[in-house]
Write a protein that binds this ligand. Sequence first.
Ligand SMILES: Cc1cc2nc3c(=O)[nH]c(=O)nc-3n(C[C@H](O)[C@H](O)[C@H](O)COP(=O)(O)OP(=O)(O)OC[C@H]3O[C@@H](n4cnc5c(N)ncnc54)[C@H](O)[C@@H]3O)c2cc1C
Length: 288
Amino acid sequence: MYDCVIIGAGPAGMSAAVYLNNANKKIIVLEKDTPGGKILKAKKINNYLGLDNIEPSDIAYNMYSQLMNNKIKINIEKVLNISKDDSKIIITTDKNSYITKYVILACGKIEKSLNLDKEDELIGNGISYCAECDGNLYKDKVVSVIGNNNESIKDAIYLSSISKEVIYINYSNEEVKFDHDNIKVINNLKVSELICENNILKGVKLSNEVVIEVDGLFILTGSTPNSKIIENLNINLDNGYIVVDNNMKTNIDNIYAVGDIIKKQLYQIVTAASEGAIAAVNIAKLIN
Ligand SMILES: Cc1cc2nc3c(=O)[nH]c(=O)nc-3n(C[C@H](O)[C@H](O)[C@H](O)COP(=O)(O)OP(=O)(O)OC[C@H]3O[C@@H](n4cnc5c(N)ncnc54)[C@H](O)[C@@H]3O)c2cc1C
């Protein structure tokens, strides 16, 4: 039996693994894809203290190497289901099953896309899903925000303090107004096409065929946490995001959650790594 199985090898899961391994616990990390998680999607990361001017892929590789150097086991397997009784938790993957005392859910979230042609290729070259992550790439430039909720309105205001101009394309049914001279609102129109040159975004075509030139497009219409695998566990969710306490524990004993999959204020590497550490230290103390 494992002391703890960690699901997801993004910064949250890998941070938890380092702390639990340091506490001499028997652990394994299960990752369905590539260790590094969302870091690998970023064009540049310049807000993680101590890692200035390093390629995102190098940051991900350094994290992964730290696990390898410490002989922490990572299996590339997709977790399909988790079940629990009073004495153990059973994790079923596409290849194996694992029995463990504790589990840390660190599976992240998926940003909602507009499913436009070239949207994926342009991530980091004009397309972004996160104002705090990429806002400073567009200092004194013109950006557009596609939004449909209060969070996107707050993000548009945040971006207006960095960029020259923000064009808010309102995807909600309610009228939106800003008190900021450099925020312009477009109501009742959708983006129908991304205009790019040499794989760099140059503008967007609206549903009335008008093209507006922008340097960046922030698609802020929400995201979906990867919480499908816990459907049967009666874990408290808020809009799909896992609700945790200060120790990163869910409402279900022995099940913890960290990183982008939880309900929180700031979805960043720094918070993900911190939450992984908090969950791990708490679990290590309970096992002792
Ligand atoms: C384009 C982009 C740019 C960003 N830029 C920055 C930035 O500059 N600075 C910053 O601080 N943050 C940035 N972020 C946010 C940051 O990357 C995330 O907040 C952080 O990676 C969250 O870490 P996590 O470990 O919780 O989730 P993730 O990094 O998403 O990792 C989750 C892992 O779980 C795995 N997984 C999911 N489901 C399963 C399953 N069923 N079985 C096994 N494995 C599973 C996934 O494959 C993934 O590897 C950016 C995000 C994006 C999308």
